[in-house]
Design a protein around this ligand. Structure first.
Ligand code: KOT
Length: 830
């Protein structure tokens, strides 16, 4: 139909787009064509990067027919569509995932080999797009994978940052950040559409006027604007022939960017103005769970949601959908509060551009949004100062005020003039400065509000938003997070995947509850031996990777004890350090025989936000302890500490399959869910963990015998705070703890300089917001149980298999089903 419109007559122009033949010959032909005609090089003269780019283009060519067809089909069927609005997508490498989805891995391997090219070598040079910080961004990536695999009509919207999460290096054990120029060698997976750019406005003022029908209206006279250029990415479903779209926006200066300056002849100033506009999509803010309230950040947020809403209304919905029917065509899912400015934006479009009256616009808006909260930390709840918001988006601030007025009016009607409650529920906070509480705005506007694990959703209702829960019965719900088994089992752990398929047949990758079938195999000695062999081989593979990357060696007969996640005090990497120092001090002092502990390699992976000083100190300490431990002959062959820099999705895919022990040790009530915990369990690591986030659900499923639980529960944490927490008391009363802290304080890890880690020590002794000392003894006891359990390798392996068998629940496919049932009501379109 599209070609008809152009008046095409040639039969080829009328034929549907077709994929190249999925044969080795077909693949070779396509690959060489791309190398010669797209990259302009011969095979013999090509670089590894040329060959990688040509391969990526070839994979795209195979997916293209499906992508175009899906777009056409959906524009005809007009189903309700999920628009996932997320400031972050932590995608990881694309090549292998796309080969797998399109069932091309074997053909590509053979075809390349026939050209004398190693697929493995090409895989290794791909730079992952690190367009996210951690859990929240990786979750978005898992969700779009599952939506495509389940044939759910959906679009991911976000920002195409020119620089993703910084590259971490260590200099003298301290973190140094380097820009992540992920686009430098070309970006073969994206399709830019500069002609489809949207103009996004900022600043200026508002005014009232009377329209042609005599109705008083408001309008926004913006002060400046930028272009939002869409870059489309394919999101292929696994083995289902579907390809969804991820649309990321890039900021480009408008030609009229600052005509005033141009006209005045100040060329340099005009160029500066261009740069200013283009800064909007320049760099990902590297703060995880601690937003900084910077103006550029608010610009980013508005920039991408305004472009996305307008794109959806104009290009996806297209001609003449009745606005009252909008809720039957779209649900905008807000990935935390970062995109919440979309709420007043949709209101503005409906009111000012489409001329709806307030009540109609609000009724529509309230059905079109749903909000996912990913935190409980008070400092992570985003607020924008009214000053800043009013300057950047004056019309939106007016709309927010009106939403708040009407909301508080309804609260008054319901609860009476309870001023305390009204102040607590107001979308506008007054202290320490007047500000918009974005989580409240999202809660008022969202049809549903969900937390990301059972415990988190409960605490959200009880502790963070109790008044809202009472006011809006039925609005709050839970959807426990999940992870994609395609990337995190099938691709990351191919030998385990083969072993599972051998036992259960294919099909488990899209129906992960089938892993239950492995329970019986846990009792089979032959299967256990095969599983143990896979684990050992994954350790060797990891060792190879770390050897090349960092010069580290991992020994196969060590327990691999892994803690990988952002560095944050609430996650308590410090507790892990105290455990290591305790083990080290015990052996080094001669009180504990080296032979009495299981040989262990401790692996850390963690980035700290560049401005988070305490987190950076802890990174320094981990490296310092690692250096001393690794160089001390008294613990040689027993204890080893590895901290490869720049932990990212690519490294996660190597580390997780090799791990024996998964560290999930946050203070109870602080980790909303965790998703690393799920990835480890699904790869047959046992968890040592607190009763926090999704750990609770993991333990319920795998059983107490297959999980090392320690630490206070959330109510116990609350009780200890209420009673008055004095960390120094724990230090005084526990000999091991005292020795560990004293050793750090003594300068043993800082060449005798006691000042280096003094701030960490005094923070632990006199503040310790996350109660590391209170949970220390329980943690050490749990680690003793870990040691004892690991001594019986066969029993450990049995537990590991049971962990896999019982964690099928944590597939992101299940998360998507829950969102569809409880929130979106967007069935698959098959
Ligand atoms: C970041 C900024 C503001 C508010 C929350 C965040 C945030 C939360 N970033 N990452 N998270 C994590 O999200 C994951 C996915 O839901 C959770 O598993 C994890 O517990 C959160 O910390």
């Amino acid at each position: 139909p599209i070609v008809h419109a152009l008046g095409a007559t040639h039969p080829l122009a009328l034929a549907p787009v077709t994929a190249p033949p999925a044969s080795v010959d077909g693949f070779v032909r396509e690959f060489l064509h791309n190398l010669n005609f797209e990259l302009g090089v011969s095979l013999s003269a090509s670089s590894v990067n040329d060959r990688y780019l040509a391969l990526a283009q070839t994979v795209r060519d195979y997916l293209m027919a499906r992508w175009l067809d899906d777009q056409r089909r959906l524009s005809e069927i007009k189903p309700k569509t999920v628009c996932y609005l997320s400031a972050e997508y932590l995608l990881g490498r694309q090549l292998d995932n796309n080969l797998l989805a399109a069932r091309l891995t074997d053909v590509a391997t053979e075809a390349l080999a026939a050209c004398g090219v190693s697929l493995e070598e090409l895989r290794e040079i791909e730079v992952e797009p690190g367009l996210g910080n951690g859990g929240l961004g990786r979750l978005a990536a898992c969700f779009i994978d599952s939506l495509a695999t389940m044939s759910v009509p959906s679009i991911g919207y976000g920002i195409r940052y020119e620089y993703g999460i910084f590259r971490q290096t260590f200099v003298d054990g301290q973190q140094v950040e380097q820009p992540d120029s992920w686009l430098r060698l070309g970006s073969p997976w994206e399709f830019p559409h500069p002609e489809a750019a949207q103009t996004i406005s900022f600043g200026g003022h508002t005014e009232k006027y009377v329209d042609d029908d005599g109705v008083e209206r408001s309008r926004w006279i913006p002060g400046w604007n930028v272009l939002a250029v869409p870059y489309n990415y394919m999101v292929p479903g696994y083995h289902n022939g579907r390809v969804n779209t991820l649309r990321l926006w890039r900021a480009v200066a408008t030609s009229s960017f600052d005509l005033r300056v141009f006209n005045s002849g100040d060329y340099e100033e005009a160029v500066r103005a261009q740069t200013y506009a283009e800064n909007i999509s320049k760099v990902l803010y590297p703060e995880d769970s601690t937003p900084q309230g910077k103006e550029l950040r608010l610009q980013q947020q508005y920039f991408f949601v305004a472009a996305s809403i307008s794109d959806f209304l104009e290009n996806v919905l297209g001609d003449g959908v009745e606005l009252e029917k909008l809720p039957s065509r779209v649900i905008f899912q807000l990935n935390d509060t970062h995109p919440v400015i979309a709420v007043p934006e949709l209101m503005r479009v409906l009111l000012d551009e489409r001329r709806l009256d307030w009540d109609d616009a609000w009724a529509i808006t309230q059905q079109c949004f749903a909000y996912t909260c990913h935190t409980l930390l008070p400092e992570a709840l985003e607020v924008w100062s009214v000053d800043l918001l009013g300057r950047l988006l004056p019309r939106h601030l007016e709309i927010i005020y009106r939403i708040n007025e009407e909301f508080l009016e309804a609260v008054r009607e319901r609860f009476g003039d309870d001023e305390m409650r009204i102040r607590n529920m107001s979308i506008i906070g007054e202290h320490p400065y007047r500000s918009v509480r974005m989580a409240y705005l999202a809660t008022v506007a969202g049809a549903k509000v969900n937390g990301v694990a059972e415990l988190h959703s409960q605490l959200l209702r009880d502790k963070v938003l109790p008044d809202f829960d009472e006011f809006y019965p039925g609005k709050f719900t839970n959807v426990t997070n999940g992870v994609t088994p395609r990337r995190f089992i099938r691709l990351a752990n191919p030998d385990l995947a083969s072993l599972i398929t051998e036992a259960l047949g294919a099909g488990w990758t899209i129906d992960l509850e089938r892993l239950r079938g492995l329970e019986a195999y846990a009792e089979d000695p032959e299967f256990r031996a095969k599983f143990a062999a896979v684990k050992a081989s994954n350790k060797r593979r990891l060792s190879d990777v770390l050897h090349v990357r960092d010069g580290f060696d991992v020994s196969e007969d060590h327990m691999l004890d892994v803690m990988v996640k952002r560095l944050h005090e609430y996650k308590r990497q410090m507790l892990k350090v105290l455990h290591i120092v305790t083990e080290y001090e015990g052996i080094a002092s001669g009180r504990v025989a080296a032979s009495a502990v299981q040989p262990r390699t401790f692996v850390f992976g963690a980035k700290a936000a560049p401005g988070y000083i305490m987190a950076k100190r802890i990174i320094h300490l981990i490296n310092a302890v690692g250096k001393v431990v690794n160089e001390d002959p008294r613990v040689e062959g027993r204890l080893k500490v590895l901290f490869p820099p720049n932990y990212n999705v690519t490294l996660a895919e190597r580390l997780i399959p090799a791990a024996d022990l998964s560290e999930q040790i946050s203070l109870a009530g602080k980790e909303a869910s965790g998703t690393g915990n799920m990835k480890f369990a699904l790869n047959g690591a046992l968890t040592v963990g607190t009763d926090d986030g999704a750990n609770v659900e993991i333990r319920q499923l795998v059983g107490d015998d297959n999980f090392f639980l320690f630490g206070m529960t959330e109510p116990e944490v609350e009780a200890l705070w209420a009673k008055g927490y004095r960390p120094a008391d724990f230090y005084q009363q526990d000999d091991d703890l005292r020795r560990a802290i004293d050793l750090i304080a003594s300068g043993a890890f800082s060449d005798g300089d006691r000042s280096v880690f003094e701030p960490i020590v005094s923070n632990l002794l006199y503040d310790d917001r996350f109660m590391v000392l209170a949970d220390y003894s329980s943690y050490i006891a749990a680690q003793a149980q870990v040691d004892a359990a690991y001594a019986d390798q066969d029993a450990w392996t049995r537990s590991a298999i049971l962990n896999i068998a019982r964690c099928g629940f944590f597939s992101s496919d299940r998360s998507m089903r829950d969102y569809i049932d409880r929130i979106w009501h967007t069935p698959p379109v098959l």
